[in-house]
Design a protein around this ligand. Structure first.
Ligand SMILES: [Cu+2]
Length: 149
């Protein structure tokens, strides 16, 4: 009886140790797989390049028409996604801009890059407005639309 009860204790200890090893192996394999995935997700920032463009024309009587534009004019972003907006000034000396519905604002100069990192947590359409070229009288409207869904 004594022999069997000692054996029973040893068996239980070995069983518990075995279960612990299995649990640790399962936990470790789970950790090893998930850690790099989380790191990759955190580092993911989508880059969007936007340039300042100009459309010019002339009427039959020689009147010059011109409008500054963002290129692209529509930017699609996922809700909660981190984006890096790289503005590059091509046409026009300077553009002071804001993104309506956010506190993002800045200035783009010809031949220079302005970089802004943003995250839109609410769905909607956010106008990217150039204040310098706001309306028809000031070679505008220079507006693009950031569509967040
Ligand atoms: Cu402008």
């Amino acid at each position: 009886m004594g022999f069997f009860s000692i054996n029973g204790k040893v068996f239980r200890k070995v069983l518990l140790a075995g279960l612990f090893v299995i649990a640790a192996a399962v936990w470790y394999s789970f950790q090893a797989k998930t850690i790099p995935v989380f790191q990759a997700e955190e580092e993911q920032i989508r880059e969007i390049t936007i340039v300042t463009n100009e459309i010019a024309a002339e009427t039959e009587d020689g009147k010059k028409l011109e409008v500054y534009r963002w290129d692209p004019g529509t930017i699609y972003v996922r809700k909660g996604e981190k984006v890096r907006l790289r503005f590059f000034g091509i046409k026009g000396e300077e553009h002071s801009f804001m993104i309506e519905g956010t506190d993002v604002q800045g200035t783009i100069k010809k031949g220079k890059e302005t970089v802004i990192t943003a995250r839109f947590d609410k769905k909607g359409i956010y106008p990217l407005i150039c204040i310098t070229h706001h309306d028809h009288e000031r070679q505008g409207p220079m507006v693009a639309y950031i569509v967040v869904d």
